[in-house]
Ligand binder design. Structure first.
Ligand SMILES: Cc1cc2nc3c(=O)[nH]c(=O)nc-3n(C[C@H](O)[C@H](O)[C@H](O)COP(=O)(O)OP(=O)(O)OC[C@H]3O[C@@H](n4cnc5c(N)ncnc54)[C@H](O)[C@@H]3O)c2cc1C
Ligand code: FES
Ligand code: FES
Length: 1325
């Protein structure tokens, strides 16, 4: 909206009246001017509903920045803001990683936005992109651009262009929270961290900043960075074995920098340009020789050496057909990287140095944005229209807009107002005498963290309040949030679990506010919080400053902060607290302030405890008792308290005070205390190594080559469904979901939605014939659309479709649904009580179990134990939510159905069903998924079907991508499972009998819950022989989402039960559990409860023994016992667990088949299709390796575009750990056929003749150069109930076998815990 056109703004009459004069006088500009990847960009009156991410993703060439959650939680949307650095003596810029999904578009004015596309591309990758790709740091790749951008900010900030020196240490990368706002669901962080650590200063030869401390000094520093304890590596003196060598490698071992060619050209002065367009110049002149290509384009290059392995001699090879491998030293791949040359990076556009920000205003009849540039303008605006919403970092406001349907008609961006964001530090000389630190209210938290650090370092005694604040800020949200979020935003939000408010309240902080009416005024924090998310700040006022008192020198006072969350980094608190105590000279409490978050509707001071404690001698156990008693009375929250976990939260209230009492006594030197109470668990720098031993490695197959899409993923060029170009006349779907778990549908009125802007139509159960409104993977029992009743919260009732995603999403909220509540069954226990089961009836019987004589079996046991073991569910949280795009062809009802699915065949089948179009006209396709893990094996199917119904009806393409909330409501989880078991053993610990009833919570439909239960009961033996068994599986019908396939498919739950039973037996017999395991371990010749013989291919005992030795298990077990004997408040545990996992689709015999289709073109290039789908696991890479090996061609001559039903018919879902085996063998079969046809030509032309010539010769002879491969898994074919030793067939083709040793530590006071070390050994495939 151009300001001049708002003479009669319809968005709010009162607002129009109030604001129009200001718009005319002050806010005369509606253009946002900024730089995007070096290009000057100007947006006049953009969509006011857009975040920065909405704008970026609307650009066809900028699809690399992803939407993963939309609420600042995953980091997939991370971009970098390049901005001038505040208080820099010279012109310096800083690089801020931010969440584009939350950042308001207005906030980019005058800044330089750098997205993943700005730093490199596949042809000229940024060194960071190249290193993550080469070091296997990207699997599905959906998180990767965000991770690259977070690291990019770190690396750029670590370089000082004035001195041309770096300051980047391992702890900067790993312990200072630069990656805590980025989630990766597939890769594991080790390879990502390894890639980042290739940039550490030590590797940058001679460019290290002189001030780089080798370790942190202050206690807080050490606490925060985890260096206070050095568990299993940490800041150890041993090599971290990172590729390229570690700074701690002895010079003689020649591994430091051994593999990374750094070609360190001395950096030149940073260049600057007056041009508006700053090129993304990645001209790395000293690009070293690369022997491990990741583009695929140079795979054919001759390799130079074969990997060194365990004393094997270096075998030189010269064939161009082998996959290249990295050089290695001592088994560690040494990989060549291009040099990092800082002065080739994007610079801060010189025009922006001169940019004068102007007051801005833009919007439309629904929403209007203001961006004042001075505090006076802001106060004036607030005075004119008090309900205008102030927006600082938007980390709270945008979540309210997106997920709580808050609609702010007038929003005001305040984070460009210097008075609100620039905290001025007092000069060094004045610091000691300062009584307070005055913080500008909207100072970004990262800066505040820095300010606290600087002030503390300059004072003779660091003020405890600043140390406490800094500690809270370190574990406050993720880095991207801290880079923009403010204290003002945190305080005004008045969240009861705010991490900052307890510290400020405990310190006696005063807030300074300003309004037109009252001018500047003070508000003590103690009077600020009035009720849940309600403060005493009047709507016309603005918080301008936060005055944090600094204790007078010599005062006997301390202040500490604590936070307990489910995980340490980037998580909201369960309980958060800050405590201050002031003593007189003889140790009597003069004042005490105990403040808690998470224990009341507001941040709350324990006022009764204060009364009880003041005047008492602090260092006395009686005072401690009084404090604990008083707190337990004051925070006696009920079981039904919002947020739950009442018991745990009450315990934490006391534990944290208990810790504070000890810590304060130690710090104020009051006397001897148990120091173990004070220590908190901190992670230290992680280390990891693998032996790279691969006895199965072949010429190409089994070689460690990077994922073929890795570089595309690292540069943001890899395309997912939502990144595909917008189609002509494309529509977008928005789902209408049930808000009840179980209810009758009384009425559904969608007409209000149809009247909304852009809405084209609505579909529901009436859009398809009643008998077709049902689907299911195994049992067809799930309606596409709710019919008459809703059966779980979030069930799909209908779908609105509109011209844009935003319009569709808004319109879904306008559909009015009337319900009549019905009783809901939610948990397994409820289902058992209500006898609510699906028909299942699968059981396993062995020994006396076969004849139902388990009583007799138990009668033979010396000891019988019974128990109930429960394991909860788990969210899928693949980074890419479910998405689909259906494109009708316009002829014969045919459709292209793109879907983020592991299951093309079922997608095709059910799209065919709902559209009435035969399968041969439905091409179900998927190029890649941003993660699947089983969650997209079946649950992805209905979304494509909804779109297909619309595509057929409207004859237009339709797309849908679920938001994270919808995805979690709909996708189903890992099954919660419960086992009620009885086990009998001999006195010596030999298993004799096992009986169990096992229940899984299937949810409102069966999906694959029966099959999950089957796998669970066939893994409850884990690796142990029990002669007499009777295990029954039950599938519970409840009113929750339909639980589904999830990594392991019920087996992990089964094995967990097995190991719980082993622990119970060991405890009962007083026997060492490791001995018990060995005593009962399967031996070749044993039979499982499903009558599968343990044959010669049984390596678990060997693995267990090898791992026991290599992990130093016995010694560490003794050390753990020692640790536990000597530590009252922290305990460690260590275990060594064997596993076996059955490979095949079990008794779904028909799924154990696969197809492939290979075409050789007469230029020698090969097109490969197979039935498997790529979800990050590298299946396409492996299939290309197999093809390359079998056809004798380089990997880069093979191309796999996607998986599609037009190319491979009836493909099984990519699941059951069988994707590589099934499809790989089908690929091999196709290659075999082709090789047979080409054999005469190879013979005639010579076997080393390139395929180009062989294929061309065969083509001229009219030889078919396309082959359809097929494979069905042999041997398997178990039938339930078959107990005939002679005829029974195996359920599983083979076992994936392994052993793991893990050591953990738990803080008994808080439940905080960490994994100290894990060793794994696997034999797979
Ligand atoms: C993923 C995620 C993780 C988080 N983790 C944590 C956490 O660990 N601990 C925690 O405590 N919080 C956490 N938060 C909450 C949030 O980030 C903080 O509360 C943050 O400090 C808000 O600051 P902001 O500048 O972004 O506020 P905004 O969202 O911009 O504003 C929040 C509120 O403050 C008001 N406001 C802003 N500035 C002023 C001003 N100058 N005067 C008056 N009113 C003003 C706004 O009008 C609004 O009502 C998290 C949020 C997210 C999204
Ligand atoms: S943090 Fe922005 S999409 Fe997840
Ligand atoms: S690679 Fe990180 S989420 Fe898939």
């Amino acid at each position: 909206m151009a300001p001049s056109t708002v003479s009669d703004p319809p968005w709010a009459h009162s607002a129009a009246e109030a604001l129009t004069p200001l718009i005319k006088s002050t806010y005369t500009s509606s253009a946002i001017n900024f730089y995007l990847n070096g290009r000057k960009t100007s947006l006049t009156n953009p969509n006011p509903h857009w975040t920065l991410l909405d704008y970026i993703r609307a650009q066809p060439s900028l699809k690399g920045t992803k939407l993963g959650c939309g609420e600042g939680g995953c980091g997939a949307c991370t971009v970098v803001l390049q901005v001038p650095k505040a208080w820099a003596r010279k012109r310096r810029v800083k690089h801020l990683a931010i969440n584009a999904c939350l950042f308001p578009l207005v906030g980019v004015d005058g800044k330089h936005v750098i997205t993943i596309e700005g730093i490199g591309n596949v042809d000229r990758p940024h060194p960071l992109q190249e290193r993550i790709a080469k070091l296997h740091g990207s699997q599905c790749g959906f998180c990767t651009p965000g991770i690259v951008m977070s690291l990019y900010a770190l690396i750029r900030n670590s370089y000082n262009p004035e001195t041309a020196k770096f300051h980047l240490r391992e702890q900067d990368i790993e312990l200072e929270g630069h990656l805590d706002g980025n989630l990766c669901r597939c890769t594991g962080y080790k390879p990502i961290l390894q890639a980042a650590k290739t940039f550490v200063t030590e590797d940058l030869q001679g460019q290290l900043a002189e001030d780089s401390p080798s370790s942190s000094d202050s206690k807080l520093e050490k606490e925060i960075t985890g260096l206070v304890r050095n568990v299993c590596g940490g800041a150890s003196k041993v090599s971290c074995r990172r590729p390229g060598g570690c700074c701690r490698d002895a010079p003689s071992d020649n591994s430091s920098n051994g593999g990374i060619s750094l070609a360190s050209t001395p950096p030149t002065e940073p260049t600057s340009s007056d041009d508006d367009h700053v090129p993304a110049n990645l001209d790395v002149k000293n690009s070293p020789e690369q022997d491990l290509s990741i583009s695929g384009a140079t795979y054919a290059k001759p390799i130079k050496s074969k990997e060194y392995k365990y004393g094997a001699t270096d075998i030189k090879t010269s064939t161009a057909l082998e996959a290249p491998v990295a050089r290695s030293q001592k088994g560690i791949p040494q990989i060549q990287f291009q040099a990092y040359i800082p002065d080739t990076e994007l610079i801060f556009p010189s025009a922006l140095w001169k940019y004068e920000p102007q007051p801005l205003c833009y919007g439309n009849d629904k929403k209007i944005w203001f961006r004042p540039t001075t505090l006076d303008h802001l106060i004036e605006l607030k005075g004119a229209y008090p309900s205008a919403k102030l927006v600082g970092g938007a980390t709270e406001v945008q979540v309210e807009v997106r997920f709580k349907n808050s609609d702010f008609t007038v929003s005001v961006y305040v984070s460009d107002i210097p008075e609100l964001i620039e905290t001025k530090l007092p000069s060094d000389t004045k610091l000691e005498s300062r009584k307070e630190l005055v913080v500008a209210a909207n100072t970004p938290l990262t800066e505040l963290e820095e300010i606290c650090k600087i002030v503390s370092s300059k004072l003779s005694k660091p003020p405890m309040v600043l140390e406490a604040l800094r500690k809270q800020l370190r574990y406050f949200a993720g880095r991207q949030i801290r880079n923009v979020a403010s204290l003002a935003g945190n305080i005004v939000t008045a969240s009861p679990i705010s991490d900052a408010s307890p510290v400020l309240l405990a310190s006696g902080t005063t807030l300074v506010a300003k309004s037109q009416e009252k001018g500047e005024f003070n508000l003590p924090m103690s009077e600020f919080f009035v009720a849940y998310r309600t403060t005493s700040l009047s709507p016309d006022s603005v918080l301008t400053q936060i005055r944090i008192p600094l204790p007078a020198p010599g005062i006997r006072e301390t202040l500490k902060a604590y936070k307990q969350a489910k995980r340490k980094d980037d998580d909201v608190a369960i309980v958060t607290a800050a405590f201050r105590v002031t003593l007189d000279s003889v140790g009597i409490v003069q004042d005490v302030c105990l403040v808690y978050g998470g224990m009341a509707p507001t941040t709350k001071e324990a006022s009764k405890a204060r009364i009880a404690l003041v005047g008492r001698r602090w260092f006395s156990s009686e005072t401690l008792d009084i404090g604990l008693t008083s707190l337990s009375e004051e925070f006696d929250i009920s079981f039904s308290v919002p947020g739950g976990m009442a018991h745990y939260r009450k315990t934490l209230t006391l534990s944290l005070f208990f810790r504070f009492w000890h810590e304060s006594a130690a710090e104020l030197e009051l006397g001897e205390v148990d120091g173990q109470v004070i220590d908190e668990i901190h992670r230290s720098i992680s280390t990891g190594a693998r032996d790279d031993y691969n006895p199965f490695e072949q010429r190409v197959v089994g070689k460690q080559i990077p994922h073929l899409s890795a570089l595309k993923q690292c540069t943001g060029e890899a395309e997912y469904i939502e990144d595909m170009p917008k189609m002509d006349r494309e529509l977008y779907g928005g789902l209408v979901l049930s808000s009840k778990a179980h209810a009758k549908l009384i009425s559904i009125d969608w007409t209000p939605a149809l009247g909304m802007p852009g809405v084209v139509g609505y579909i529901d159960k009436d859009s398809i014939p009643k008998e077709l409104n049902v689907w299911g993977s195994i049992k067809k029992d799930e309606p596409f659309f709710a019919d008459g009743k809703v059966l779980h919260h979030g069930q799909v009732i209908g779908m609105v479709y509109a011209e844009t995603a935003l319009q569709a999403q808004v319109a879904t909220k306008a559909v009015k649904v009337e319900y009549e509540d019905l009783p809901a069954i939610l948990a397994i226990d409820d289902a058992i009580e209500a006898n609510s089961f699906y028909q299942h009836g699968k059981h396993l019987k062995k020994g006396m179990g076969i004849d139902d004589k388990m009583d007799e079996a138990f009668a033979q046991c010396d000891r019988t134990l019974e128990g109930t073991t429960r394991i909860g569910g788990q969210e899928h949280f693949y980074l890419e939510t479910n998405a689909a795009l259906v494109i009708p062809s316009g002829e014969d009802g045919a459709m292209e159905v793109w879907s983020s699915t592991q299951n093309n065949m079922e997608t095709q089948e059910f799209v065919s069903q709902v559209t009435g179009v035969p399968s041969n006209r439905i091409n179900a396709r998927v190029k890649r998924m941003g993660g699947g893990f089983g969650g997209k094996e079946s649950r992805s199917v209905p979304f494509a079907c909804y779109l297909a119904i619309v595509a057929k009806k409207e004859k237009r393409p339709v797309r849908l991508m679920l938001n994270r909330d919808e995805d979690m409501l709909l996708s189903g989880q890992r099954h919660p499972i419960q086992a009620r078991w009885k086990v009998g053993v001999s006195q010596e610990g030999k298993l004799i009998a096992l009986e169990a009833d096992i229940y899984d919570n299937a949810g409102f439909s069966q999906d694959m819950s029966g099959a999950v239960m089957d796998r669970c009961i066939t893994h409850v033996d884990n690796c142990y022989e029990t002669p007499n068994v009777y295990i029954r599986g039950h599938v519970c019908r409840t009113n929750i989402h339909s639980n589904t396939a999830f990594r392991g498919f019920g087996a992990p739950q089964g094995m967990y039960f097995a190991e719980t039973i082993m622990y119970n037996i060991a405890e009962s017999l007083g026997m060492d559990v490791d001995k018990l395991r060995l005593k009962n371990m399967y031996k070749p010749g044993n039979w499982t409860p499903f009558f599968q013989k343990i044959d010669h291919d049984w390596h678990v005992p060997l693995l267990l023994e090898q791992l026991r030795r290599s992990s130093d298990y016995d010694k560490r077990k003794a050390a753990v016992a020692d640790f536990n004997a000597n530590n009252r408040w922290r305990k460690r545990g260590i275990c060594l667990i064997p596993t076996k996992f059955g490979l095949s689709f079990a008794t779904a015999l028909h799924l154990n088949q696969a197809g492939a289709y290979i075409k050789i073109y007469h230029d020698g290039s090969v097109l490969l299709h197979h039935g498997g789908t790529e979800m990050g696991q590298g299946l396409y890479t492996k299939m290309c390796q197999i093809t390359a090996q079998e056809l004798g061609v380089p990997v880069d001559s093979i191309y796999t575009q996607d998986s599609q039903t037009y190319q491979v018919a009836n493909a099984s879902p990519t699941a059951a750990s069988s994707g590589s085996d099934l499809n790989g063998m089908a690929v091999k079969n196709a290659c075999d056929q082709l090789n047979e046809r080409l054999a005469p030509y190879r013979e005639k032309l010579g076997k080393d003749t390139p395929l180009r010539e062989i294929a061309h010769a065969a083509y001229l002879d009219r030889v078919n150069l396309a082959a359809n491969g097929f494979w069905k898994m042999p041997r398997v074919g178990y039938k339930w109930g078959d107990t005939n030793w002679d005829t029974v067939k195996p359920m599983y083709y083979y076992w994936t076998q392994g052993a793991g040793a893990t050591e953990v530590e738990v803080d008994l006071l808080t439940g905080n815990h960490t994994v100290l070390r894990t060793d794994l050994m696997m034999v797979s495939a």
